[in-house]
Write a protein that binds this ligand. Structure first.
Ligand SMILES: [Fe+2]
Ligand SMILES: [Fe+2]
Length: 192
């Protein structure tokens, strides 16, 4: 049977990809003047990215999945090193987007262009990142990890909703996602 953590990671990637797709769509619409810039909505999307993939999903991959693979084999070392670097690089990229958004909101024309470009680049990078994990790392994980390894990894990923963590990241992400849908115009969100 397929380890549960694999399905959880794929589900989380799917949720993140949906938000990234929305970001790219909205950014293009705003850039082309189809819709006015909505700073509250853009900020809500950036907050989602910080709180869910950046603070929650990526650290679990580092600490449990990648670490377990490295204990069993060196064959994925190069790709794991790339992915760890991309996780690290995620923080400054988001900080940069937040700063550009503030400048854009304050009427800086250059920041407007830079924000749209940086947002598109971020979406592309993150998509490629998730694809690498699914296409290159998961097959190695399924090949080399033992039942016991998976038991630990599964537990770590299932703990997403464990109240012992204080906050419930999945719940928080769900609330942020609902907020994005409420703020976003159709076809992304509910607003008409
Ligand atoms: Fe990742
Ligand atoms: Fe991931």
């Amino acid at each position: 049977m397929r380890p549960e953590a694999i399905q959880i990671i794929k589900d989380e990637h799917f949720a993140v990809a949906a938000v990234l797709y929305s970001l790219r769509y909205l950014v293009r619409q705003m850039r082309d003047g189809e819709i006015p810039p909505d700073f509250v909505l853009l900020r809500a999307i950036l907050d989602y990215i910080v709180s869910y993939p950046d603070r929650w999903h990526h650290p679990k991959e580092d600490k449990f999945l990648f670490a377990a693979i490295k204990r069993r084999t060196g064959e994925a070392d190069a790709i794991i090193a790339d992915l760890l670097k991309e996780h690290e690089d995620g923080h400054p990229l988001i900080e940069n987007l937040k700063n550009l958004l503030i400048r854009f909101q304050n009427g800086d024309r250059e920041a407007r262009t830079l924000f749209f470009e940086a947002a598109e680049r971020y979406v592309e990078k993150e998509w490629q990142h998730m694809r690498k994990e699914e296409d290159q790392v998961m097959p190695v994980a399924e090949k080399v990890l033992s039942k016991e390894d998976w038991a630990d990894i599964n537990q770590a990923f299932q703990e997403n909703d464990n109240p012992l963590f204080g906050i419930k990241p999945k719940e928080e992400a769900e609330l942020l996602y609902q907020r994005i849908l409420e703020l976003a115009p159709a076809p992304i969100g509910y607003k008409t």
